[in-house]
Design a protein around this ligand. Structure first.
Ligand SMILES: C[S@@+](CC[C@H](N)C(=O)[O-])C[C@H]1O[C@@H](n2cnc3c(N)ncnc32)[C@H](O)[C@@H]1O
Length: 271
């Protein structure tokens, strides 16, 4: 046993192995080959796993699915194949929610995917009451893994439908990264998203805003007085998202972060 561990340790510390992995990843077109090689080496349990992981990555499988996690707001979020990989850009949505939330806020994350947003909010705010939902069973399994242990509740179903009815009128922060890619543009997404992420995580209908419309329409029934709805959108779609919010009676504004290329529409329930 000791011999086996020593062999394994020597194998992983061998610079030639790291160099081989970098070369293999680079030849497969991985832009961040050095960083990915280090992550693969640290994620592998045994040499045979490492070989398999490198080959899966070189074959095009997104790195996050190979190692089983994605970095989001400095946290390691568990992600399974097919479940939307949380994007750096969405950290802006989390930051906007943090600015508006208080300790004790009731927070709902609709279209929660892996549950990354709720996990990040919980890590920053002292205490929140967190509820999340998603229609995709694989996403729900992942979200439960990421947020049940920190006190979050995860429900499976269409938008608000699976949430406890007792939350109606009591949600202080309703945040949502809906699918917002217009159907026709899915074919133009990077291969890693197009081929490996579930269609339900990407497709926002003809103009990309179908789910946003449904979320905003029902939001006033769920928000507390003074509660906020925050939805990520694209810079181009933002004026339409703003109109959708306003048509439901929310007072809305657009927030942008140039560096992350992130746009969020924030609506407040003053009724
Ligand atoms: C763009 S992903 C965002 C996931 C996560 N919020 C994040 O930012 O990492 C959109 C998510 O919405 C979910 N979804 C799509 N339609 C839905 C619906 N009608 N009800 C609930 N969830 C839905 C998908 O399964 C997917 O997990």
């Amino acid at each position: 046993m000791v011999d086996k561990i020593r062999k394994k340790t020597n194998f992983f510390q061998d610079n030639k192995i790291e160099k081989c992995i970098i070369d293999r990843l680079r030849s497969a077109g991985c832009v961040f080959a050095e960083e990915e090689a280090r992550l693969l080496i640290s994620a592998a349990q045994m040499p045979a796993d490492l070989v398999d992981m490198v080959e899966r990555r070189a074959g095009g499988l997104p790195l996050e699915y190979v190692i089983g996690w994605a970095e989001f707001c400095d946290l390691q979020i568990s992600v399974d194949p097919g479940v939307f990989v949380p994007r750096r850009r969405t950290e802006f949505l989390v930051r906007q929610a943090i600015d508006l939330a208080e300790s004790g806020s009731v927070v709902v994350d609709l279209c929660c995917g892996s549950g990354a947003l709720g996990a990040a909010l919980t890590a920053t705010l002292e205490w929140i009451e967190l509820y999340a939902s998603d229609v995709d069973p694989a996403a729900v399994r992942c979200a439960r893994r990421n947020i049940n242990s920190i006190g979050g509740h995860v429900y499976e179903g269409d938008l608000y439908e699976p949430l406890p009815a007792t939350l109606r009128g009591h949600v202080d922060i309703l945040l949502c990264n809906t699918p917002y890619v217009p159907t026709e543009e899915i074919a133009r997404l990077p291969q890693e998203a197009r081929e490996y992420e579930a269609r339900v995580a990407l497709d926002g209908g003809a103009d990309g805003l179908d789910i946003q419309r449904r979320v905003a329409e029902e939001a006033p029934h769920w928000l507390s007085p003074g509660g906020h709805l925050l939805i990520e959108t694209s810079e181009m779609q933002a004026p339409r998202t703003l109109e959708i919010f306003s048509s439901t009676g929310l007072t809305a504004k657009i927030a942008k972060d140039e560096e992350l290329d992130a746009t969020v529409v924030i609506g407040t329930n003053f009724n």
